[in-house]
Design a protein around this ligand. Structure first.
Ligand SMILES: Cc1cc2nc3c(=O)[nH]c(=O)nc-3n(C[C@H](O)[C@H](O)[C@H](O)COP(=O)(O)OP(=O)(O)OC[C@H]3O[C@@H](n4cnc5c(N)ncnc54)[C@H](O)[C@@H]3O)c2cc1C
Length: 356
């Protein structure tokens, strides 16, 4: 049995982000780290996108920056500029490669497929495998996306479509999202916010095909890549134990109203690295309390009035782009919060306070 100073369970986004942050700040020169990850090989499996509201370590893995995004509902649409906070997409394939190449150079870092040969009794553990207790009322953001390539130039590569609600909602919340990386390549995703019990929402292939053929009016294209995922819009069990800290999704890093997680993971990694010498007494890093409360209320409205959500999202983006981006990226001040809160339809938010 081998002993380590630190063990990271799960070498995905948060496990590798933390290992990289520790490594580049020389916190692993005199400490040993084991990373436990069962996957056989690392390859591109996710596209992590976000508004760049703070610096991060993976600028060289960014596929593209956009300075405009659009929102569409059946009766209206708008294009919003975000010059100060560009929308970025990270290619997970480049991210994994960059980190693994760097970590492999440090003789104190070891990779394992499971925990069988590890003695964890004196180690500090960072766990990124969520412990999820299913509840009928839990909401999930679930989606399927394909990267399509067209023969001729078709897309406006400067504008992403953040949310296109002009599609069948089936009494849930449904939108299409697409990220054009060039004039003839784009990632097109069908996204639902719903409970996990309705398989009729999961004929993703058909939804994508119909959207591409009928809404984008595109016939000749090929699919180069696909990704599927579901993000819990509730917090997994996150109990701080003496020698364990949960990180990533398991550690509550998802913004529940949006599913955005990537930059929160980077903030959490930085916080852990800055406090690694005092890790056993460290307080849990959390998304700000005000965002937790507001997101909970927002999801209550969404659960009770799904048909109102396209208009609510549209309204949310009708003011200053700067304020809404900061709000959704948990970087807003109280005045910026107020500009968003005041835009919301008061009655249904007040009613939702009393609902389950
Ligand atoms: C397809 C997809 C797209 C997403 N897009 C975005 C986005 O655009 N923007 C954004 O902000 N967020 C996005 N998210 C949400 C979030 O950023 C990602 O889920 C992110 O990968 C979370 O990091 P993590 O480390 O918590 O989990 P993961 O990256 O999933 O890492 C967990 C790791 O644990 C490993 N593992 C599983 N079981 C065990 C076990 N028993 N023992 C050891 N290891 C185990 C897994 O193989 C995996 O590598 C997306 C999520 C998905 C699924």
């Amino acid at each position: 049995m081998k002993e380590f100073d630190y063990i990271i369970i799960g070498g995905g986004c948060s496990g590798l982000s933390l290992a990289y942050e520790l490594e580049i700040h020389k916190k692993l020169d005199n400490k040993t780290l084991a990373i436990v990850e069962p996957r056989i090989e690392y390859k591109r499996d996710k596209t992590w996108s976000f508004w760049k509201v703070s610096p991060h370590n993976f600028e060289d893995c960014v596929k593209k920056n956009w300075k405009e995004f659009s929102i569409k509902i059946p009766s209206d649409s708008k294009i919003i500029k975000c010059d100060n906070f560009p929308y970025q997409s990270i290619d997970s394939g480049l991210f994994y490669k960059k980190i693994i190449n760097r970590l492999k150079k440090n003789k104190n870092i070891f990779f394992y497929k499971d925990t069988k040969n590890l003695d964890s009794s004196n180690s500090f553990i960072f766990n990124s495998v969520p412990s999820i207790k299913e509840n009928r009322n839990n909401l999930w953001q679930h989606f399927y996306g394909v990267e399509i390539e067209t023969q001729d130039n078709f897309f406006n590569e400067n504008v992403i479509c953040l949310m296109d609600f002009d599609c069948d909602q089936k009494n849930n919340v449904h939108f299409f999202y697409f990220l054009p990386s060039t004039k003839n390549k784009a990632l097109v995703e069908t996204t639902w916010i719903s409970k996990n019990d309705d398989n009729s929402l999961k004929d993703y292939d058909i939804q994508i095909k119909n959207y591409i053929n009928n809404r984008l009016r595109l016939k000749n294209y090929k699919i180069n890549y696909s990704e599927e995922g579901s993000i819990p819009l509730f917090y997994p069990l996150n109990i701080r134990e003496k020698n364990i800290i949960n990180i990533g999704t398991a550690g509550g890093m998802t913004r529940l109203s949006t599913g955005y997680t990537f930059l929160n993971i980077q903030d959490q990694s930085k916080y852990i690295r800055e406090n690694i010498e005092n890790i056993r007494n460290l307080k849990i890093f959390k998304i700000g309390k005000k965002y937790q409360i507001l997101d909970k209320l927002f999801l209550k409205v969404l659960r009770n009035y799904p048909q109102k959500m396209p208009a609510i999202f549209f309204k949310m983006f009708s003011g200053s782009a700067h304020n809404i981006i900061k709000f959704l990226s948990n970087k807003s001040n109280i005045l910026e919060d107020l500009t968003i809160i005041l835009k919301m339809p008061k009655l249904i938010f007040i009613k939702a306070i009393w609902k389950k």
